[in-house]
Design a binder for this molecule. Structure first.
Ligand SMILES: NC(=O)c1ccc[n+]([C@@H]2O[C@H](COP(=O)([O-])OP(=O)(O)OC[C@H]3O[C@@H](n4cnc5c(N)ncnc54)[C@H](O)[C@@H]3O)[C@@H](O)[C@H]2O)c1
Length: 464
């Protein structure tokens, strides 16, 4: 089935952005939300619609796409047979609300329609419970990352009764129409990316507190130098301290996961006092008169940022591979802290194959596409030296699954890459030139000319 028409259920933060993403990719979208006002039943969906078509918010690639977007409400627009090819639900993270809405949707959806929920944490099987059998076969998790237009990752989570054809159809829609990178996840708490990401954030905060590292010291140690876009506390502020704590609570309540998670006292204190991060304009950091301040988590007072003075930071630079080699050898307190940070990521990622996903490469994809890491856990492990890392993990008393114990070589072979399309660099058969400003290469029977100047400016050498 070609997906031409979609109904998006919920016009909040995610629903409205998912609607915009689909409209931008040529899909007709009906955006629905709950009717909270009898006099104006489309109030909420109209707000979502307005935010999508508002030129200042640049949600649509082209203003004319607006013609493919309509809005309505659950009461008036879900009571007769629908011709939508897919329903994507992004309503409040509440099991009962989702279940009730899906029962209503199942009664009007056509018999081929895909029924997808964007829940970030409720088990897909639970939401599907109570739906007619044929609807359960088309029910599936479709987890976008915020902001969906820019984040490459989409997790697809089949439930126990989902038909394999539905998984395939949705995967090709997400990849080929929406241009996303798909990771197939099992129906486990927090799926793949959030469980791996939240695990390392929680682990770092817990150990940083024990080691007595300040917020800025921890962030300097756990951001760019280990290939992550920002430090641990800065990321918590961005995501929202309450949201992060909610996901950790979910994992702590999962008997299989509880042993792997520790709770940070700093986070609890900030959440209790309403310091939720960027959305409340105060978290581990805040901005005042254009200056960035950092919190003292004991007193909740802010002070000016100071550059952390940890000797290892003088040695760690922009080259990730070099940093990993230093971290492996460094016996200082910070060297050990960083080794343990990575070791814990490796051990946790290892146990999640096949628990959370069947292929180890999908954990790397999830972290690179969903958390913007430069390398995923298994790529980092390879970069640090597969054998020596494995040996040290075992010597330190940690368990590794059989599929890793049996492996002699690293995880990746030369022809494996995260992208689901072959990189053009691998298709080049001959080089004509490779200058600072441009290169000309042969790709099959075609020539590939590439501008390599800063900001793609046309300089003298380029046009010579
Ligand atoms: N915000 C994120 O970063 C993010 C990322 C991935 C997935 N999600 C998931 O997407 C879903 C929506 O999250 P959001 O951030 O867009 O939330 P939101 O609060 O912005 O939107 C929630 C939507 O639910 C609707 N709603 C509230 N009460 C309802 C009810 N009783 N019946 C029906 N609809 C009701 C609201 O009108 C609104 O449209 C959640 O399941 C969330 O876990 C969120």
């Amino acid at each position: 089935m070609t997906i031409r028409k979609a109904t998006i259920l919920g016009a909040g933060v995610m629903g409205s952005q998912i609607a915009a993403l689909l409209v931008n990719n040529g899909v007709k979208v009906q955006l629905l939300d709950i009717a909270i006002d009898d006099a104006n039943p489309n109030k909420l969906s109209k707000q979502g619609y307005d935010s999508i078509v508002n030129p200042k918010k640049s949600q649509l690639y082209d203003a004319t796409f607006e013609g493919n977007l309509t809005y309505g409400n659950f009461t008036e627009d879900l009571n007769e047979m629908s011709d939508s090819d897919i329903f994507i639900e992004a309503v409040k993270e509440d099991l009962k609300i989702k279940q009730d809405l899906w029962k209503q949707v199942a009664s009007v959806a056509k018999k081929e329609a895909i029924l997808a929920t964007n829940t970030s944490g409720i088990p897909i099987n639970l939401i599907a419970q109570g739906l007619p059998e044929d609807a359960q076969q088309r029910f599936i998790g479709l987890h976008f990352f915020n902001p969906p237009r820019y984040m490459k990752l989409v997790e697809i989570i089949p439930a126990d009764n989902t038909k394999p054809e539905i998984v395939e159809e949705l995967k090709s829609f997400a990849e080929d129409v929406l241009g996303k990178g798909v990771v197939l996840a099992n129906d486990v708490t927090a799926f793949v990316a959030n469980r791996t990401g939240i695990h390392t954030l929680a682990d770092i905060m817990y150990r940083a507190e024990k080691c007595g590292y300040s917020i800025t010291e921890t962030d300097a140690l756990t951001g760019k130098v280990i290939g992550r876009p920002m430090g641990t506390y800065a990321l918590r502020d961005l995501v929202g301290n309450d949201v992060g704590s909610f996901v950790i609570q979910g994992l702590l309540q999962d008997p299989g996961e509880a042993d792997y998670f520790n709770v940070s006292k700093r986070i609890l204190k900030l959440v209790e006092n309403g310091y939720l991060g960027n959305k409340t304009k105060k978290g581990f950091y805040k901005k005042e008169k254009g200056k960035r301040l950092v919190i003292n988590p004991e007193t909740l007072n802010y002070s000016a940022l100071e550059k952390p003075k940890l000797p290892i930071l003088d040695d760690l630079g922009k080259k990730l591979e070099k940093n990993l080699a230093i971290i492996f050898e460094d016996q200082s307190k910070e060297g050990i802290f960083l080794w343990e940070t990575l070791r814990n990521v490796f051990v946790y990622a290892a146990r999640n194959v096949p628990l959370a996903t069947d292929e180890f490469i999908d954990i790397d994809r999830a972290m690179v596409w969903g958390f913007n890491w430069r390398q995923g856990p298994f790529q980092l492990w390879d970069s640090m030296g597969f054998e020596r890392v494995k040996k040290r993990i075992l010597e330190e008393g940690y368990e590794l699954p059989e599929w890793i114990l049996e492996r002699d070589n690293g995880f990746y072979t030369e022809d494996m890459h995260l992208e689901n399309v072959t990189p053009i660099s691998e298709l080049i058969t001959d080089h004509v030139w490779d200058r600072d400003s441009s290169s000309l290469n042969v790709v099959g029977e075609q020539l590939l000319f590439k501008i390599q100047t800063k900001y793609n400016v046309l300089d003298d050498e380029l046009v010579r």
